[in-house]
Design a protein around this ligand. Sequence first.
Ligand SMILES: NC(=O)C1=CN([C@@H]2O[C@H](COP(=O)(O)OP(=O)(O)OC[C@H]3O[C@@H](n4cnc5c(N)ncnc54)[C@H](OP(=O)(O)O)[C@@H]3O)[C@@H](O)[C@H]2O)C=CC1
Ligand SMILES: O=C(O)[C@@H]1CCC=N1
Length: 279
Amino acid sequence: MKIAFIGGGNMAAALIAGLAGKLTPGANIHVVDPNPASLEALQRQYGVTVAAALADSAAGGAEVLVLAVKPQVMHEVTQQLLPLLQAAQAAGRAPLVLSIAAGIRAADLARWLGGYPAIVRTMPNTPALIGMGVTGMVASAGVSAPQRAAADQILRAVGATVWLDDESQIDAVTAVSGSGPAYVFYFIEAMQQAAEELGLTAEQGRQLAMATFTGAAQLAAQSPDPVPVLREKVTSKGGTTYAALTSMEASGVKAAIVGAVKAAAARGKELGEQLGSAA
Ligand SMILES: NC(=O)C1=CN([C@@H]2O[C@H](COP(=O)(O)OP(=O)(O)OC[C@H]3O[C@@H](n4cnc5c(N)ncnc54)[C@H](OP(=O)(O)O)[C@@H]3O)[C@@H](O)[C@H]2O)C=CC1
Ligand SMILES: O=C(O)[C@@H]1CCC=N1
């Protein structure tokens, strides 16, 4: 499978790490990005081919075009992509366009690309870098069954996939799992800070926090007990966990997290509305 990435930044690099040499040889992956340092690193690590601009790129020959630029430049990028897609269509091909951008709606992409039908909108996350990502995805009506299968194959190469019935659900996916790794890292940072303030070394804090997260997440995934029951099993009456959870409740930690995830979803929707109005 020939895949072209338009944008070779953080999320593209995480996807390429999971794909190159696994789903497809690195030489079948083409990356377009204006930053020479990013291109050089991707070329060296994964053997991908590269170009600094779409006009000079081999992206038009790809079966799948992954749009991995920031939402704010997506309209501009679609205008650069349009001639390549038109040439591909004139040659009897219709590459799948797979967007990973937060907020940008498939209908707006389709309109910007001259009514292009084959668009899959996805929301991956950075644990794709180690094959442990999860991606929410939704296909436009014009996506063929083989193209849908190809999109699923690409994202399954870097983790799990969750197909959505309705595109409006993708802002929630963005808020929960797309941005989610950052919330987890934030919590780990707080645990490590507390460990040090309580007299442990940075390395001890890192080891303890990391093993606790991995162990608790695996236990939650594997146990027949629901998460609240697992939490109760840690919480001895009058003990230390009770003291911590009482403190968290008093500080409104859970409500703050729920509010934060909703703020991310609202921002995704807002990005779509603001940026989607471009002609
Ligand atoms: N990071 C994450 O965890 C996730 C990100 N996403 C989505 O992925 C997309 C990319 O995010 P992320 O990787 O974090 O962002 P980055 O800024 O790291 O990567 C985007 C890259 O695209 C480059 N670029 C800008 N204009 C063009 C162009 N015309 N042609 C080719 N490349 C261009 C940028 O260059 P320059 O910096 O010079 O502008 C940059 O290197 C976003 O839409 C985001 O919503 C989705 C899920 C998770
Ligand atoms: O912060 C962002 O907008 C992107 C989308 C999900 C994760 N990072």
